[in-house]
Design a protein. Structure first.
Length: 290
């Protein structure tokens, strides 16, 4: 594990609007809510298109999963769930980029479909290329997720986990396209989360919202060995014994005992090939952020 702040893959399907979004028939009206619309707690207006099973079942996880169709007041389709599929977003990111939409999703019960009318001001700063116009969204909240929740196998690795001669135990959670693997001194680009054996998250790049770059030469032995087993796009879970981590009596600020990490490798380059630690730019095969 790194001595720097570091964490695990989550597929975040942003569902951002773009020029290639296929058109959908637009509802009416688009520029303002109708007289029979209800006022939400946020002051925005909505109509229930399809009732959910529980009117109090609001999602409060840090990641939301939902379907969305959306139009700007000029009639142009901006989101199309038939084309873009299910969207998965961190609530914190959505609240920063499209606060009105975030409030709409957080106040729509799971399993319910609502049509929301959101002003241009409430949409800002908005999605790339967003016009300064009111928007209408048909949203269905499907559920939520917490990618930093401790895994069920935190204490006991499953039968398909692999133990190395050093005592490191790992399990492949997802495979990328294969290819080369990093060397012991390479600079790597990862997302990760680390837990102590009591289920406490002590470090997570995903929670910080930014992938981590660092040389493998500067991390604890369990990380250095484990990441060298990975190719770009791989996601592994590591059970790192204390002897390969910070030990049972670690320095101040470091966790003691065995540690568990989920790690996703996005890219890597040779030492000195990433000025300023920018592996994403230096590695031509680096995978994009999710």
């Amino acid at each position: 594990m790194p001595r720097l702040p570091l964490f695990v893959l989550l597929l975040l399907m942003a569902g951002l609007a773009g020029a290639q979004v296929a058109p959908l028939p637009a509802p009416r009206p688009l520029d303002a809510p109708p007289a029979d619309a209800e006022a939400g707690a946020s002051g925005m207006a909505f109509k229930v298109i399809k009732r959910g099973p529980d009117a109090s079942a609001y999602v409060r996880d840090p990641v939301l999963e939902y379907r969305i169709d959306g139009w700007s007041a000029d009639g142009r389709t901006r989101f199309n769930s038939r084309q873009q599929g299910v969207s998965r977003r961190w609530v914190r990111d959505l609240a920063r980029e499209q606060p009105g939409l975030a409030r709409a999703l957080l106040t729509t019960p799971a399993g319910e479909t609502r049509r929301w009318w959101i002003s241009a001001a409430a949409m800002g700063p908005g999605y790339p290329g967003m016009p300064a116009l009111p928007h209408v969204f048909d949203v269905t909240v499907l559920g939520g997720d917490d990618p930093t929740r401790a895994p069920a196998d935190l204490l006991t690795p499953p039968a398909d986990a692999v133990a190395t001669d050093s005592g490191l135990v790992y399990r492949v959670l997802a495979r990328g396209k294969g290819g080369n693997r990093p060397g012991p001194g390479d600079m790597v680009l990862v997302h990760y989360t680390g837990w102590t054996t009591d289920g406490r998250v002590f470090d997570s790049s995903l929670m910080r919202g930014q992938r981590a770059s660092f040389p493998l030469s500067q991390v604890v032995p369990g990380w250095r060995e484990g990441v060298q087993l990975m190719a770009r796009g791989d996601r592994f879970r590591f059970w790192i014994p204390a002897a390969l981590a910070y030990g049972e009596n670690p320095p101040p600020g470091a966790p003691a005992g065995r540690l568990v990490f989920d790690v996703t490798l996005y890219g890597f380059v040779a030492p000195g090939a990433a000025p300023g630690g920018d592996v994403a730019s230096a590695d031509p095969e680096a995978l994009p952020a999710d």
